[in-house]
Design a protein around this ligand. Sequence first.
Ligand SMILES: Nc1ncnc2c1ncn2[C@@H]1O[C@H](COP(=O)(O)OP(=O)(O)OP(=O)(O)O)[C@@H](O)[C@H]1O
Length: 334
Amino acid sequence: MAVITARNLVKRYPVALKEPGLRGTLQHFFRRKYRQVEAVRGVSFSLEPGEVVGFLGPNGAGKTTTLKLLTGLIHPSGGEVRVAGFEPFRREAAFLRQVTLVMGNKQQLIWDLPAWDSFRVNGAVYEIPDAELRRRVGELAELLGLQEKLTQPVRKLSLGERMKAELLAALLHQPRVLFLDEPTLGLDVNAQTSVREFLREYNRRYGATILLTSHYMADITALCERVVMIHQGRLIYDGGLSGLLGRFAPYREVVLKLNRALPRPELERYGEVREAQGLEARLLLRRENLVGAVAQMLRELPVEDLEVREPPVEEVISQVFAQGEVVPGSNERK
Ligand SMILES: Nc1ncnc2c1ncn2[C@@H]1O[C@H](COP(=O)(O)OP(=O)(O)OP(=O)(O)O)[C@@H](O)[C@H]1O
């Protein structure tokens, strides 16, 4: 049975209108007028227990609003939503024990205190006995590689360490459903990788269901087999990641560092050259040719370093629009 269900979910925000000038200001105080912003316009999808699903969309698409609806931070203007058998907006204690929301740009740890002190606060809120709290912190800290970092003030941690400590705090009550809004935002590549590995292990170990937004395609490809995409509050894709990438991002980007500069035509033999300057070049290679072409480049070119990257999320999304063939609500799974 689905653990998350959204059916025709709608959210309208009232936004106060204000005319310019004194008259407008007075009117604004006494007879305020409102305009409705429709952030979510009839979105439907569901997640089975244990699924890890990427939730994508351009800026302002309605992702954060949907996550807030699913965690009960805001009330829907229409439609139905159920998470772990509850209606989120009722914010029942039994519901709150089952879910967590982590926002990469918001912090719940207390800045000047060690993370452990914030964990104790969470332990008290969720009534976790002391010994059990220590056990859970120990287990998660080990998975996150954070053991040494929990007794110094949070402000002294690196951004990556802080994000890991945020995740630890958000998972102490052992939620079954994780809503993660940009959990790797701004982290360096190593920290991004370790957060991804942690999430994969957490999902495997506890069978948690995870709905995740990210601007980094690598997060999505590392963790998600399925992707739900929205645009202007409407669902535009629900299906397998490989289907999405195969249709809308058939290329991967190869970044080359060379020992000596090469003329552009020499690089063009391997793929579409996006950029070639001095000792650096960026090429687009079709996914199906990638392995062969990379092996050939390593054999034939003076390569000092080679990196294969996913295209940016924005590029994939714009391809989806450009081809405009996605059926809303399609369930074209892998
Ligand atoms: N409290 C609010 N009051 C009025 N409008 C809002 C409010 N919150 C969001 N919006 C509007 O709703 C739309 C969707 O916003 P939302 O934050 O859900 O998008 P998003 O997909 O998370 O974007 P981003 O990737 O930029 O975070 C936007 O047009 C935004 O301006």
